[in-house]
Design a binder for this molecule. Structure first.
Ligand code: C2E
Ligand code: MG
Ligand code: MG
Ligand code: MG
Length: 291
């Protein structure tokens, strides 16, 4: 009897694993065709200066609408795209799209802020990256300072000497570079100054539950590190007025999160911008909270 239960349990897990494996294989195969079939779109999320109450940047985020499986999240498909190499053509396309969309917003007078693109490990390692960026900038005529690259702390630190070289080349081109998910990697803090970052981006795991005393202490220290190194600092995942107010009290003014604006398609972003964006949102929330 016991044996039978054990066996059934194995079958059950085997079943789940087989199904996961099948989904992964399918995504891997379909991802190769997603770009020509126009299933990928780029969403844009605002970065907001909560003190000056104005837009300071945007982050471009990939969205995949699979024809049969529906929405597939980037956390599921980016690792697959990394593995099968399709991340390279996808990032090339993204850089081109983002640069030309950015120029359109500038020409329409809607926004003139840097737009960031996430760069994964395989792309950062690629000798093609510098050319890809050069071509996207040239074709769109976007000034290099209008493009920002977000590189996660763990990727930047994994292969430090090569990263220093590659980021050096990119920095010389004049693009901006920020360290994404700051606090989640295993930085030897002593080496941060060796990398040409302009901005540190505090991971949202510190912002969520930022009422906790130890998280507040860590955030204050991150802000101090950025200040002492003469780097910009931004917090991601800001969802509430309380989080925004706490961040302001630490000296971190730049914020990104649902409280100010969710990631949205380019046309929605145009509308959002022409309606004033998140202007007055924090003041309104403060007024409502004071009642
Ligand atoms: P990330 O670069 O740290 O992006 C921030 C993530 O936080 C995004 O998730 C965004 O939608 C989400 N987010 C923003 N504000 C809030 C908030 O207030 N609350 C919560 N709970 N979440 C918030 P998303 O779009 O699902 O992307 C997840 C990750 O996938 C990104 O993390 C990035 O590492 C990766 N990714 C997305 N697009 C690309 C891409 O084009 N290329 C590469 N290489 N990676 C990408
Ligand atoms: Mg990012
Ligand atoms: Mg991030
Ligand atoms: Mg993050």
């Amino acid at each position: 009897h016991v044996k039978k239960t054990g066996k059934n349990r194995f079958c059950f897990f085997d079943d789940i694993m087989a199904r996961e494996q099948a989904r992964r294989l399918r995504l891997e195969r379909d991802l190769q065709k997603a770009l020509p079939r126009r299933e990928l779109t780029i969403f844009y999320q605002p970065k907001w200066d909560a003190e000056k109450d104005r837009l300071t940047g945007m982050e471009a985020l990939l969205r995949w609408e699979h024809p049969e499986l529906g929405k597939v999240t980037p956390s599921e498909f980016i690792p697959i795209a990394e593995e099968n190499g399709s991340i390279l053509p996808i990032t090339r396309w993204m850089l081109e799209e983002v640069c030309s969309q950015s120029v359109r917003w500038q020409e329409e007078g809607l926004a003139a802020v840097p737009v960031s693109v996430n760069i994964s490990s395989r792309v950062l390692d690629s000798a093609l990256l510098v050319d890809m960026i050069h071509e996207a900038l040239t074709a769109s005529r976007l000034a290099p300072s209008g493009l920002e690259l977000e590189i996660t702390e763990s990727i930047a630190m994994a292969n430090l000497e090569d990263t220093i070289e590659q980021l050096g080349r990119l920095e010389q081109m004049g693009v901006r570079i920020s360290m994404d998910d700051f606090g989640t990697g295993y930085s030897s803090l002593g080496r941060i100054g060796d990398l040409p970052f302009h901005t540190l981006k505090i991971d949202r795991s510190f912002i969520q539950k930022s009422s906790l005393f130890f998280k507040q202490a860590i955030i204050r220290n991150m802000v101090a590190i950025a200040g002492n190194l003469d780097l910009g600092i931004i917090a991601e995942g800001v969802e509430t007025r309380e989080q925004a107010e706490f961040l302001l009290s630490t000296g971190c003014h730049d914020m990104q999160g649902y409280f100010f604006g969710k990631p949205m398609a380019a046309d929605s972003m145009s509308r959002w911008l022409s309606e004033g964006g998140a202007a007055g949102r924090l003041a309104a929330a403060e007024a409502a909270g004071a009642v």
